[in-house]
Design a protein around this ligand. Structure first.
Ligand SMILES: C[S@@+](CC[C@H](N)C(=O)[O-])C[C@H]1O[C@@H](n2cnc3c(N)ncnc32)[C@H](O)[C@@H]1O
Length: 267
């Protein structure tokens, strides 16, 4: 399956910021708690984006782990390197990695391979997760997070009501629990599914619309079946805003619950 998905640093950083401001819980803290990296560990973060997870692993161990962050977006890698320069980390490397190609690492290299909201976009799941398995040490752990089908119901309901159109298939949520879990389970010795819920409470409509814009933006190519060009995009956002305002007036707030699955597998 060819997935023509892209991420820009502007849209990604806007969504991260909104999660931090309005979310009740912190997903990265959850990742770190589940994996609990120990000093001396070698960690690979696949689809690292602007490096958020890499910095957390490093902070969690006071810089006592070796971290490689890989992404195919040079724009996001540049952001990650910029942040690393500000922080002064010496134990993190950011490098180009396309998870649809062979990983450029030797067999049995890493204690942990994490991928937050990224690797499930892989075109050939069996190939990509076999690569993940290959580069992990025996007993090493894979942790992949992604949306479950019940994720962000309010967000999708408002968009459906506003547009009258079906939501385009999301590569993550439609296959995370099924195809992705099964593929990993078929390759790794032990696999379990964990669940994380994080309600985002918007005290007004505007930040919700910022989130909508950073999700549906043309650049990401996930939602383009719903509009044709800039004018139609703006008209769609306007209708979404009207419906969101109606929901807000009725309920006094807008609550969007992120329901995240974490697949934890051991080699
Ligand atoms: C939603 S972002 C998540 C970023 C980061 N893990 C985080 O939690 O902030 C998805 C990431 O996957 C990356 N990505 C998408 N396709 C990729 C591919 N084929 N190879 C490597 N990275 C890819 C994007 O560039 C983006 O950084």
């Amino acid at each position: 399956m060819e997935i023509n998905y892209q991420e820009t640093s502007k849209d990604l950083l806007t969504r991260i910021d909104i999660h931090e401001k309005y979310g009740a819980r912190n997903i990265d803290q959850w990742n770190t708690e589940v994996l609990n990296p120990q000093p001396g560990f070698k960690i690979l973060d696949v689809g690292c984006g602007a490096g958020k997870q890499c910095f957390l692993f490093s902070d969690h161990t006071q810089g006592q782990v070796q971290i490689t962050g890989g992404d195919f977006s040079e724009e996001l890698l540049a952001k990650a390197r910029e942040k690393m320069a500000q922080r002064g980390d010496k134990n993190i490397t950011f490098q180009f990695l396309d998870f649809n190609k062979k990983f450029e690492f030797a067999d049995n290299s890493f204690d942990i391979l994490s991928s937050a909201f990224a690797i499930y976009y892989a075109a050939d799941l069996k190939f990509t997760f076999s690569e993940a398995h290959r580069v992990l040490k025996p007993g090493g752990r894979l942790f992949v997070t992604g949306p479950l089908p019940e994720n962000k119901q309010m967000f999708y309901e408002i968009i459906k009501e506003a547009t009258g159109k079906p939501i385009p298939p999301m590569p993550g949520s439609s296959r995370f629990k099924g195809e992705i879990f099964q593929t990993i389970d078929g390759i790794f010795a032990k696999t379990e599914l964990l669940k994380f819920e994080n309600p985002l409470t918007f005290p007004e409509v505007a930040p919700f619309i910022d989130y909508v814009r950073a999700s549906l933006s043309e650049d990401r190519k996930l939602w383009t079946s719903m509009f044709n060009g800039k004018e139609e995009y703006e008209a769609m956002i306007k209708s979404i805003e009207t419906v969101a305002q109606r929901w807000f007036d009725r309920d006094g707030k807008l609550v969007m619950t992120k329901v995240v699955g974490g697949i934890l597998a051991t080699k």
